[in-house]
Ligand binder design. Sequence first.
Ligand code: NDP
Length: 328
Amino acid sequence: MATFKAIVIDKADKEQSVSLAEFDEGNLMDGDVTVAIHWSTVNYKDGLAITGRAPVVRRFPMIPGIDFTGEVESSSNPEWHPGDRVILNGWGLGETHLGAYAEKARVKGQWLVRLPEGMTPREAMAVGTAGYTAMLSVMALERHGLKPDSGPVVVTGAAGGVGSVAVTLLSKLGYQVIASTGRPNEAAYLKELGAIDVIDRAELAGAPKALSKERWAGGIDSIGSTTLANVLSMTKYGGAVAACGLAGGMDLPSSVAPFILRAVSLLGIDSVQCPQKLRQEAWRRLDSDLDRGKLEAMTTQIGLSDVIETAASILEGRVRGRIVVKVR
Ligand code: NDP
């Protein structure tokens, strides 16, 4: 039986183990499209899955990795043909379905998005789930009616993956971006991506007041918890905040004051079950609106054998920007 290289998570006696191994092709799960994976990436959720710090993986053995780009090898789905270049983000990949840190995957054709014409497979994974989530967040703010002349926007966790892409996108679209980070030494990096101002995340870490001085018309938050509560309390009348992450915690110690006294909206962002039409639009927008030079500047490349170590680093907030994984 043919095998391929993969990172495999297993569990015995409640102990999780992870290793780079040869995986038996016969053990691939059901699906109508088989893909040769070329590139993947490391997102925060991949860190949680590989370290076992949160119950992301819900089947063992599991190949982790929530997104990939690759080329269709074979397909019984009329939509896809050998040689098609595809992207997959989410849909349970690396959680309930064997995932992206492997040379091969068998998936459902309905999960796939065509690689945009103007984007290389490596660029698409430099974007990855983190960047596509940043785009979904920008689109949600736009649907709310936010415009560059509404006022400044704040991006929290700015030196991380979602944050770096969000800063880059918003500044290209003409917004005045305030970047919040716990890494003041990354201020120059964030300004290169387009931030007009960089603030210390400690400013958003204190006990949140019901309402504070209005500082921004909107924001993209990947931190949750106290940070999101503070961001909401500082959002201007009629503004909106897209909440997409929990790097600081799952809770939200807020009050209804920003909603009922300032008509602030909290917009929820999910990339995993996001409908196909919205995904395609997000990738089209990423193709047209994301500065490729800045994308390259925020990206570090690693190999499959470096992924396990990098998983721990991303949870410790030691990864700057985005990481691409060269799978083949
Ligand atoms: P990264 O690790 O790349 O970025 C997270 C950033 O958050 C860090 O770089 C750091 O930024 C900041 N941070 C980390 N820990 C803390 C803390 N305890 N308190 C305050 N700030 C902190 O992760 P990603 O960008 O890949 O993901 C960010 C979040 O978004 C994660 O929670 C992830 O699960 C979520 N996410 C959600 C998705 C969805 O579908 N809703 C999809 C993708 C991601 P700095 O150093 O600048 O302060």
